[in-house]
Design a protein around this ligand. Structure first.
Ligand SMILES: Cc1cc2nc3c(=O)[nH]c(=O)nc-3n(C[C@H](O)[C@H](O)[C@H](O)COP(=O)(O)OP(=O)(O)OC[C@H]3O[C@@H](n4cnc5c(N)ncnc54)[C@H](O)[C@@H]3O)c2cc1C
Length: 428
């Protein structure tokens, strides 16, 4: 174990500033012994793979930081699958695969680590290829009880216990074990069109409705700050499909600032920034993110956008924002019971970001209160939760866990009672 004086640079400012007890960088016999003897207090042990969430470290807690010693990527040219260790981030994975003419459905940012994959992983290409968890073929790690495991995607002869464990690991792994290695399916690299534009609320509601009937190779995402920026990503399947691609692009609103780019892959996406007219906020911000899930909006898209407009009018500062990603297509086709991502009917993932100046408790309280208010406004349209960020330090953790796992929660809790009986990892 390493005392906390060693620099612990992580993306998330809140996690970076946490006054940790110390950290480990290897899942070795020493750490496993401490886990088995329940010697790491206070619990839970925090896990850091990409270091992008607020809960990869916490005041007074131990952190297991996998970023330095778990960096291997091995592409198997024959099977077209890839084995990654837990410290690989999505930029590194995609850059490696692109050289092999392959891709993985990474999310909107390449800085995320395998937490992106383990918590579901919604990509702009998920409608075509499925969620990131749908690409997992094999998982290696250590349960919260200290036992090592290696699990394979279930087949016809897989035992019920193994099927349950697989289901738990795909979407709820952070509650059950420490994942050290994943084997993942990859897909053929194809070029993409990226359309972006500022939209009015009415244009957004129309675009949402149009996008709901797009083919799987197109998806919409948007972000709302002082104004709305929307983005469409369309994969160019083959030259024969160019007419269809043009058809999709022609449906989009014609605005003064709309732009169309051709990009080679998702690692060429620019970081999505909150659209603000004048940023007066401090550079360093703390934040929490709450991800929701809901089915197609259809004719309710206008009232949904109106609700969001009301929320945005109440935001306590300019770095608090709302955004959304589109699911559907292949994310809907996987069976509800195959993974812990139970909201297979979801078409939209809106997420609420509350942000505050680290020095202002008042701003923090206002931002967290605004998040709860925003949640209750969006909940009628999006009752599910995408648990991509853990909030066991916040009062809404139980509600969030319930909304994330629904009827599967008791099964998951049962699994946790054997895989992590002492609660080494975050509570369910
Ligand atoms: C800029 C940005 C863009 C994003 N875009 C998307 C997107 O397009 N789609 C999407 O679905 N999500 C997106 N997210 C959310 C992101 O995928 C989740 O917050 C994810 O949990 C981050 O994982 P991480 O490894 O980067 O972070 P970390 O903070 O290191 O880990 C996050 C959580 O995952 C758990 N965890 C990490 N490593 C392990 C491990 N080895 N074993 C078990 N549990 C582990 C930990 O409990 C930790 O609390 C985005 C986040 C950011 C910051």
């Amino acid at each position: 174990m390493i005392p906390p004086q060693v620099p612990f640079q992580i993306h998330n400012a809140q996690a970076q500033d946490a006054n940790i007890t110390g950290f480990f960088e290897k899942v070795d016999t020493n750490l496993i012994k401490l886990i088995q003897e329940d010697q790491l207090h206070p619990k839970p042990l925090m896990l850091c793979s990409g270091g992008t969430s607020s809960r990869c470290s916490a005041n007074g807690h131990w952190t297991l930081d996998l970023r330095r010693n778990y960096k291997t990527i091995n592409f198997n040219a024959l099977e077209k699958d890839v084995v990654i260790q837990a410290g690989v981030n999505m930029n590194e994975l995609l850059s490696h695969l692109v050289k092999e003419n392959r891709i993985f459905p990474v999310g909107l940012s390449g800085i995320t680590g395998i937490g992106y994959i383990l918590t579901g992983g919604i990509s702009p290409l998920s409608r075509k290829y499925g969620l990131a968890i749908d690409q997992i073929l094999e998982i290696e790690g250590v349960w919260g009880n200290g036992n090592k495991f290696r699990k394979f995607k279930p087949g016809l002869l897989t035992l019920e216990q193994d099927i349950n464990e697989w289901r738990g690991l795909c979407g709820a792994a952070p509650f059950l074990g420490i994942i050290t290695k994943l084997r993942l399916k990859t897909n053929l690299l194809k070029p993409l069109y990226l359309w972006e534009s500022s939209l009015s609320p009415v244009q957004l509601s129309k675009t949402i409705q149009i996008a709901e009937s797009w083919p799987d190779y197109a998806s919409l995402h948007w972000i709302w700050g002082d104004y709305i920026k929307a983005f469409a990503i369309v994969e160019i399947d083959s030259l024969g499909k160019m007419k269809d691609v043009e058809g999709i692009l022609n449906q989009l609103p014609k605005t003064i600032d709309s732009k169309l780019f051709r990009i080679s892959s998702l690692n060429k996406l620019k970081e999505m920034k909150v659209p603000v007219i004048e940023n007066k906020e401090s550079n360093k911000r703390y934040s929490e993110v709450l991800g929701l899930l809901g089915s197609p909006l259809l004719s309710r898209s206008y009232e949904f956008v109106k609700s969001i407009e009301e929320i945005m009018n109440l935001r306590p500062n300019k770095q608090c924002y709302l955004a959304a990603q589109q699911l559907g297509g292949n994310t809907m086709r996987a069976s509800e019971g195959s993974t812990s991502f139970v909201h297979r009917d979801a078409m939209w993932k809106p997420w609420i970001t509350g942000s505050w100046d680290p020095k202002s408790n008042d701003e923090k309280d206002k931002s967290l209160t605004w998040m709860v208010e925003a949640w209750s406004k969006i909940e009628p349209y999006c009752p599910g939760v995408h648990l991509a960020q853990l909030h066991d330090h916040l009062p809404w953790h139980t509600k969030e866990v319930n909304a994330a796992f629904k009827e599967w929660l008791p099964g998951l809790q049962q699994l946790k009672s054997t895989c992590d009986p002492k609660g080494i990892l975050p509570p369910l």
